[in-house]
Design a protein around this ligand. Structure first.
Ligand code: KG4
Ligand code: ZN
Length: 331
């Protein structure tokens, strides 16, 4: 079995996965969202202290499995350095104490493998990674070959949901709140401009849309529930239309043909976005795959799932090299 730890942001999570069968033996995730909600975003120092409290409790629950562990996998990048360190320190201690190798896992690759928890990987595939930190279109041709074809020039999609919710005086994380309000809103009330719609570039951008929403909010009454719903629906519609436009552009241009599009990352929990993407790729003969809802946001199971691939290929990380990195792309 492999034990895996995730602490890159505001979720403390530990999983234990059987290496041969990929079966998940244990998985728990403790979200810190309510602690950060009143600040409208994640406070790194607070997040780090909360991991210090929670991770040892989770570890205690799997102590009976220690004799069966063959390796310990941990998220090393990208993320908040002070929170990554909590998981990394625990992984180092386990590696030394149990005399098992350590495996550093890139968080973004972990999100891709959230598609394949308790399953065999479906490769090659095209991936749309939409999280709080990233918005990227990635070609995954082999288990360890990742080619980024489009990235955000500024904010990520998840971040823009969070900022719109913050401007409306709602809580954190903003994504689920905006999605819920949007269901009862008029998506055509505020015709925000679709970002980069005239540009031939394969890239994403959300800062302009965020500013357009800010200007509209300044003119309205943020306490009015219908105003909140209509802003949410209009924003969500245009934010999604932007991804759809760029995805179509890629699919029309690219010579490569993939059977699957994997939609991953926290924002992939959004049902409106899932449906829009599925409708977009169907005429191209592609099928949408997305993680189970419980594995869309950060979790230890996805880190363990990719950890298994690295373990099987004999790729381990010397504990002196097990270091946190705040910014990194898929390698
Ligand atoms: O992948 P994730 O848990 O953390 C990062 O790696 O960044 O993604 C968190 C992001 C947050 O911005 C959150 O607002 C967004 O995912 N999110 C959603 C939904 N659920 C979470 N965005 C839109 N709709 C949702 N239902
Ligand atoms: Zn994430």
């Amino acid at each position: 079995m492999i034990l895996s730890i995730e602490s890159s942001c505001d979720d403390s999570s530990i999983a234990v996965t059987e290496i041969e069968s990929r079966k998940l033996i244990f998985h728990k995730r403790v979200s810190q969202a309510i602690h950060h909600s009143k600040y409208g975003g994640v406070v790194p120092e607070l997040a780090s202290r909360l991991h210090t409290e929670t991770l040892p409790k989770l570890l205690d629950e799997v102590a009976y499995l220690f004799p069966k562990l063959k390796a310990v996998a941990v998220t090393t990048e990208p993320g908040l350095v002070v929170t990554l360190l909590e998981g990394i320190t625990m992984a180092k201690a386990l590696s030394i104490g149990l005399n098992i190798p350590a495996i550093g896992v890139n968080h973004l690759v972990g999100h891709i493998y959230s598609l394949f928890i308790e399953q065999e990987a479906k490769l090659p595939l095209l991936v749309l990674l939409v999280s709080g930190g990233h918005t990227q279109l990635i070609e995954v041709d082999e288990w360890n070959k990742f080619h980024i074809v489009a990235s955000s020039l500024d904010d990520s999609l998840g971040e823009s949901f969070d900022k719109v919710a913050k401007m409306l005086g709602l809580g954190y994380p903003g994504g689920p709140i905006i999605e819920k309000l949007a269901k009862e809103g008029d998506e055509n009330r505020f015709p925000f401009p679709v970002p980069l719609s005239k540009s031939p570039k394969l890239a994403f951008s959300y800062s302009g849309l965020k500013n357009a929403v800010r200007l509209e909010i300044a003119k309205g009454d943020i306490k009015n529930p219908q105003f909140q719903r209509d802003i949410s629906a209009s924003f969500q519609k245009v934010a999604t239309a932007h991804i759809v436009q760029k995805l179509k552009k890629y699919l029309k241009r690219s010579f490569k043909r993939y059977r699957y599009l994997g939609l991953v990352g926290g924002v992939s929990a959004n049902i409106y976005i899932r449906n829009q993407i599925a409708d977009t790729i169907r005429p191209f003969g592609m099928e949408l795959i997305s993680p189970e809802l419980q594995y869309c946001s950060d979790n230890g199971a996805m880190i363990g799932r990719y950890g298994i691939e690295l373990y099987r290929n004999g790729i381990f990380t010397d504990i002196s090299k097990l270091q946190p990195k705040s910014r990194s792309d898929i390698i």
